[in-house]
Design a binder for this molecule. Structure first.
Ligand SMILES: C[S@@+](CC[C@H](N)C(=O)[O-])C[C@H]1O[C@@H](n2cnc3c(N)ncnc32)[C@H](O)[C@@H]1O
Length: 234
């Protein structure tokens, strides 16, 4: 197997839960790829019901607006649980991964897909630094958001939670197109900075942004590498 889709087409997905689903991009990938599924629930701390339900149609599709930590206290059961590009958004991620066991049915799988922070090309490093700046700005606005983890850190969370890896798909994206300039991700960091400091950013924050903008122009920005792991509780 070389890609998540190779696994999905072998899997009867049963009841599917996509945690921190956002607008449903990853849930869409699951429902398109799984051999079958019984129902799909998207969960996000922000109410993205409309976007999620617009993206995934069907009778057995639902959205829950909740923090995952609160949801885990309820009585639920899922066969396929996913978390995509959100481990670095979850405070207490180790505890959350451990406690997911409560809502995983026997033979359930947990699919983790996360961009990672090691072995980056120079343009990927620009992306990581801009993302880390956005994360710091979000923290300043009261939102939990961390810089991306290394593969060792991600694997460490899983091992600590009692999750064994059944299949690993590592996409380095080291040939991804390089975007040079400040229109794309660098511009997004600028917008977040403007939101965080409507009356003007402090000099150290502005200086960091100018440094990263110059890097985005000279070296460019590229899509980060992605680690996707299909796991089960031991
Ligand atoms: C980068 S987005 C990932 C969205 C989607 N999974 C994807 O791959 O496109 C991170 C999401 O995590 C959500 N989030 C952050 N903390 C959360 C929490 N404690 N419980 C549930 N969702 C959370 C955010 O609202 C956001 O939609």
């Amino acid at each position: 197997m070389t890609a998540l889709e190779d696994f999905l087409r072998t899997r009867a997905g049963g009841a599917v839960l996509d945690i921190a689903c956002g607008g449903g991009a990853f849930a869409r990938r699951l429902v398109d790829g799984l051999a079958s599924y019984r129902g799909v629930t998207g969960l996000d701390i922000v109410d993205k019901r409309e976007e999620f339900l617009g993206n995934i149609e069907g009778d057995d599709v639902s959205f829950v607006a909740s923090a995952i930590g609160d949801y885990l206290r309820g009585d639920h059961g899922f066969d396929t649980i996913s978390i995509s590009n959100a481990l670095h958004h979850l405070e207490g991620v180790g505890d959350i991964l451990r406690d997911l066991r409560r809502i995983a049915n026997p033979n359930g799988v947990v699919i983790i897909s996360e961009m990672y922070a090691d072995d980056l090309t120079p343009p990927q490093q620009t992306q990581r630094d801009l993302h880390a700046m956005i994360a710091r700005l979000h923290v300043g606005m009261g939102e939990y958001h961390r810089a991306t983890y290394t593969r060792d850190e991600i694997n460490g969370f899983l091992a600590g939670a009692g999750l064994g890896v059944l299949h690993a798909f590592d996409a380095p994206h080291d040939d991804a197109p390089v975007e040079k300039g400040t229109d794309g991700f660098a511009g997004r960091a600028g917008s977040v900075m403007a939101d965080a400091y409507p009356d003007g950013a402090p000099p150290d924050v502005s200086a960091e942004y100018e440094r990263l903008k110059a890097r985005a122009i000279a070296i460019g920005v590229a899509r980060p590498p992605q680690l996707t792991l299909v796991c089960a509780y031991r």
